[in-house]
Write a protein that binds this ligand. Structure first.
Ligand code: TXA
Ligand code: MG
Length: 333
């Protein structure tokens, strides 16, 4: 029956038409906001990747997010807000935190901070931790949705857990289109990599996930920043294997192996690959980041034996690109 819940798996038997609409359509944002307020799930674009959003104060909506993604419940979600004032109602900001937020928000930076006792947030959203990750996205559609909803929105990337993050609405549809109520199509997401995650809940800031806001920029503002401890990932989502395509991924490739497709970086590519997609022909790291996930998806076809990637400089945004590539190249245990 359409709309009926499957209590066992927390999914919906939709039985209805494709839930993908243009964000520019009349009342699209309003419809999405009504759904979120009713505890339903909506995918929407941010400047980084598409998010799978639900009311962060609604325990059941948050549980549905975990179910739709097949995400382990120990992995907390990022809570999206309009800006610093809203974030301060959810988390405890000190001077450091305020300084970073004022400098980089709205934008692709998530801050892990002590969670306020009176935040009203779902406990599951932060997976039972006493911290919460908050972020004010810069994307106009995300901001409009937050404004119309009037509530914090919990939103992980809108892909099945462990898979490549979506940078186009059709990616979301392919991944989880049958599990959610609406996808707001706002075109390609401009940044293309998930936000930088910075943990400010302890004495020394820890960079949990590299992104467009680089460690160089953060160090300039905050002083020394630590890398997460290798043995015990503080960010439960930063597992060694993530963003995984189905095909094997080979990094630092300088020549072709039989049947491989290539992700090329820079003006020239080695010969002999079955297909080549150019992350950037000029070496522009922002362009490469924006193209990375869509191109990985495009090449992830049984037609090829694997995907090779040319070396990418380990500096600035290149660090975030290489971080995602290393995780994508690590096969699940
Ligand atoms: O760009 C982004 O951040 C996108 C868009 C939709 O905003 N969202 C996103 O969410 O990438 P997700 O769930 O795919 O990644 C969130 C990361 C995970 O690695 C998670 O473990 C970490 O943030 N995280 C969330 N809350 C945390 C907390 N309280 N402590 C430590 N890590 C946390
Ligand atoms: Mg994700």
């Amino acid at each position: 029956m359409p709309g009926q819940r499957d209590p066992g798996r927390g999914c919906r038997d939709r039985g209805t038409a494709v839930p993908l609409i243009s964000a520019a359509a009349p009342r699209a944002i309003n419809r999405a906001a009504e759904l979120v307020k009713a505890g339903r799930l909506v995918a929407f674009p941010t400047e980084t990747v598409y998010g799978l959003g639900g009311d962060a104060t609604n325990e059941r909506a948050v549980a549905e997010i975990f179910a739709a993604k097949g995400r382990p419940r120990f992995n907390p979600l990022i809570v999206h807000v309009r800006g610093l004032a809203e974030a301060e109602r959810l988390a405890v900001f000190d001077d450091h935190a305020r300084r970073v937020a004022s400098r980089f928000w709205p934008g692709p930076l998530s801050l892990v901070l002590p969670r306020r006792g009176d935040s009203g947030l779902s406990l599951l959203a932060s997976a039972g931790l006493d911290t919460v990750a908050v972020r004010a996205p810069a994307h106009e559609i995300a901001q409009a949705l937050l404004r119309e909803t009037g509530r914090p929105i919990a939103a992980p990337s809108a892909n099945r857990s462990g898979r490549i993050s979506p940078t186009e609405a059709t990616h979301v549809f392919e991944e989880i289109g049958d599990r959610i109520d609406l996808i707001l199509d706002g075109g390609r997401t401009p940044v293309g990599l998930e936000s930088t995650v910075l943990d400010l809940s302890d004495e020394t800031p820890v960079l949990l996930r590299p992104g467009t806001v680089t460690s160089e920029q953060l160090t300039e503002l905050l002083g020394p920043i630590a890398a997460p401890a290798e043995d015990r990932p503080k960010s439960p989502g930063m597992l060694a294997s993530h963003y995984a395509p189905s095909l094997p991924l080979r990094l630092e490739a300088v020549s072709a192996q039989f049947g491989e497709a290539l992700l090329a970086f820079g003006p020239e590519a080695p010969p002999g690959f079955a297909e080549v997609q150019w992350l950037t022909s000029t070496g522009d790291l922002a362009e490469a980041a924006a193209n990375l996930f869509a191109m990985l998806r495009r090449l992830d076809r049984p037609l090829f034996t694997g995907i090779a990637v040319m070396p990418i400089p380990e500096q600035g945004l290149g660090r975030a690109i290489n971080d995602r590539l290393r995780r994508a190249a690590t096969r699940p245990l």
